[in-house]
Design a protein around this ligand. Structure first.
Ligand SMILES: C[S@@+](CC[C@H](N)C(=O)[O-])C[C@H]1O[C@@H](n2cnc3c(N)ncnc32)[C@H](O)[C@@H]1O
Length: 229
């Protein structure tokens, strides 16, 4: 599928990909790194740590380039007080050629960046690998519509393509399944802030916050699974 997918530069100098079939980029064209750091790391991981949650179990929808995963390993390396168990879905893995041309390890430039990035894209599908004492990683060739894991996640990175490009992954029923895979007070973060999407989340039992988006995007969403009373 990815024969035609090509690397692009985004506004903050970091790379992303363009998918010509969907006419869609993998990240904000204003800045891939800035978006990932803001939406998923700051509003997601750092928010849970502020709440004193130290055992994080993350589900990512759409591994793609592995940028969110790499930033999460780095976050775990920088916060030894947490443990992070990262699970990620990707039904359409990128080719080795594209992966090898991504410069995220050099961009992040920390000691184990290259090794971590290689592991993200080479570990066996469906098998858990421990990168560090406090970071484990499992990737699945799976669509979110077919989510059927035994885990209970307290953090969801919802990073699918936009609703205008891939409506089926923004169906309310899909978020019902995601909800069932989350613990009480678990948090979902996404760059999307569409009205119908937010109403669907509220209907399902999420407390929905509309937050400032990364530069170039007005808003994003953080949704917390409310405990049943
Ligand atoms: C916006 S890109 C994700 C970017 C990724 N998190 C990154 O940092 O590169 C969306 C990703 O979702 C994947 N995807 C497409 N259909 C999907 C589905 N039904 N379930 C889960 N992921 C899907 C795409 O292949 C793509 O890698």
């Amino acid at each position: 599928m990815d024969e035609e997918i090509r690397i692009i530069d985004t506004g903050d100098g970091s790379q992303s990909l363009y998918n010509p079939f969907l006419r869609e980029t993998y990240h904000s064209t204003h800045g891939a790194l800035t978006e990932s750091q803001h939406v998923f790391i700051q509003m997601g991981l750092a928010y849970l740590l502020e709440k004193e949650v130290k055992e994080l179990s993350v589900l990512e929808v759409g591994l793609g380039t592995g940028l969110n995963a790499l930033l999460s390993v780095l976050y775990a390396r920088e916060h030894s007080q947490i443990s992070l168990d990262y699970h990620t879905l990707e039904p359409f893995p990128l080719s080795d050629r594209i992966i090898s041309e991504l410069k995220y390890p050099a961009m992040l430039n920390y000691d184990h960046a290259l090794k971590d990035f290689e592991l993200i894209h080479t570990v066996a599908w469906g098998e858990t690998t421990h990168f560090t004492d406090n970071f484990s990683f499992t990737r699945y060739i799976k669509k979110v519509e077919n989510l059927d894991l035994d885990n209970e996640f307290n953090m969801v990175f919802y990073d699918a393509f936009a609703p205008s490009k891939q409506a089926e992954v923004w169906e309310k029923s899909v978020f019902g399944t995601v909800y069932d895979h989350m613990s009480d007070n678990g948090v979902l973060v996404t760059y999307c802030a569409k009205g119908q999407f937010k109403r669907d989340l509220s209907d399902l039992g999420f407390f929905v916050e509309t937050l400032d988006g990364p530069p170039g995007k007005k808003e994003m969403v953080r949704a917390t699974k409310l405990p049943l009373v």
